[in-house]
Ligand binder design. Structure first.
Ligand SMILES: Cc1ncc(COP(=O)(O)O)c(C=O)c1O
Length: 394
């Protein structure tokens, strides 16, 4: 399928100029239809009859297998979740801690994940430390960034570090973190700190296999760059985490024999699955992943995403008073920027004013700025509209 064809399958893109893929991806019509068809099949077969279970199991198995392939890990390492946050938090809270252990969290993590780490630290008497990546990602030339991040890691690791939390693609600055290299460094540390990677922005936008296989917890969702429905995500877990972590939010899906409360947990990642969830969403995510695959490999899609984000970044350089957070065109699809100067509306006001022209991007609190995302469905004409809209308001 060509890029333009996918765009025309998305009702959300028919009547607006959309740059919020990092918030939520548009759902293609065939995925919407796949969800409805699955829902109908479940009602026709069941919904709670022996006739429906083989259908449900096939849907679950198909998506688990697709996600395992995307992450380049065995099926046993994938748990299905509802969203990124539960994929981060459920396995994290199942780990064993000792009072005084240190959690090293980057300064670009999402508030929900940071809040969960803070509460974990409070309950288990752990300490928190910060890995400073925001300024480095804004100031470093792309070629120097990996080295700068690894230096910062070296300076902030202590003998007590037991966990590092670092997103793969930073949701605020748009820089890519060297996850596999960080994992390698942590393997040489005396405490072998766990590596939790928030993959909210990377899954579906950049190749993830190397990072997903290297992290202990690689948590993602289907509803952003994979353009699936909201309410379905997944997490890839390392072998050592599966050996050591206990389930957190426990339900029948965590059990090897779901009918017996005395059953042992699943030996694999299903230990972190909980209970009833919305089966038809699986068909929607599978359909969206098929459509993306039809559009090209993850590498090819990144080239297209990159071309458009580069167009946004270059165009912003021409707008008087505009400062992009990154000093070079972004490595993926997130472009963050500020408009400065007297009388320039706040990011929130600019979002509202562009929204009136059906151009949608978002503001961020930290750093306080605007963020426009480009996907393979973004056209050059849309980028021109955005740039013209911004020029008109500043
Ligand atoms: C980096 C990052 N982490 C976590 C989240 C939360 O995602 P979810 O609602 O799927 O848990 C988001 C959502 O915007 C995000 O950008």
């Amino acid at each position: 399928m060509r890029q333009g064809e996918l765009r025309h399958l998305m009702p959300a893109l028919a009547n607006k100029t959309y740059f919020n893929y990092g918030g939520q991806g548009p759902l293609p019509e065939p995925s919407l239809e796949a969800i409805t068809a699955s829902w109908r099949t479940i009602q026709e077969l069941g919904p709670f009859t022996s006739a429906v279970w083989p259908f449900v199991e096939a849907q679950v198995a198909a998506v688990r297998s697709r996600l395992a392939a995307a992450c380049s890990v065995g099926l046993h390492r994938i748990a299905l979740t509802e969203n990124v946050t539960s994929g981060c938090v459920l396995p994290l809270w199942g780990l064993q801690w000792q009072a005084g252990d240190e959690l090293l969290i980057s300064d670009c993590e999402h508030p929900g994940v940071v809040a969960a780490c803070r509460e974990l630290a409070r309950r288990e008497s752990l300490s928190l430390a910060m890995l400073p990546v925001m300024a480095l990602s804004c100031q470093s030339a792309a070629a120097d960034l990996d080295g700068a991040i690894l230096d910062a890691l070296e300076q902030t690791l202590t003998p007590r570090t037991r966990l590092v939390v670092l997103s793969h693609l930073l949701w605020n600055t748009g820089a890519v973190m060297p996850i596999a290299k960080v994992a390698e460094r942590l393997r040489g540390h005396g405490r072998r700190p766990w590596l939790l990677v928030d993959a909210a922005q990377s899954m579906g936008s950049i190749p993830v296999a190397e990072a997903a296989a290297a992290a202990d917890i690689y948590a993602f969702t289907g509803h952003k760059w994979l353009c699936g429905p909201e309410g379905l995500g997944g997490v890839a877990l390392s072998e050592r985490l599966l050996e050591q972590a206990q389930p957190t939010l426990i339900g029948w899906r965590s059990l090897r024999h779901e009918g017996s409360a005395g059953s042992s947990w699943h030996g694999d990642a299903r230990r972190f699955e909980v209970a009833t969830s919305c089966v038809p969403l699986l068909a929607g995510l599978a359909s969206s992943m098929d459509l993306l695959d039809d559009a090209g490999s993850a590498e090819l899609r990144l080239t297209q995403i990159h071309e458009r984000s580069g167009q946004v970044w270059q165009g912003l350089q021409q707008i008087c008073g505009c400062e992009t957070l990154l000093q070079e065109p972004p490595p993926a699809g997130l472009v963050s920027f500020r408009l400065t100067g007297s009388g320039v509306p706040s990011p929130e006001a600019l979002v509202a004013q562009l929204g009136e022209q059906a151009i949608w991007l978002r503001s961020l609190d930290d750093p306080h700025c605007l963020r426009a995302c480009t996907h393979i469905t973004t056209t050059a004409a849309e980028v021109d509209l955005l740039l013209a809209g911004l020029r008109g308001l500043t």
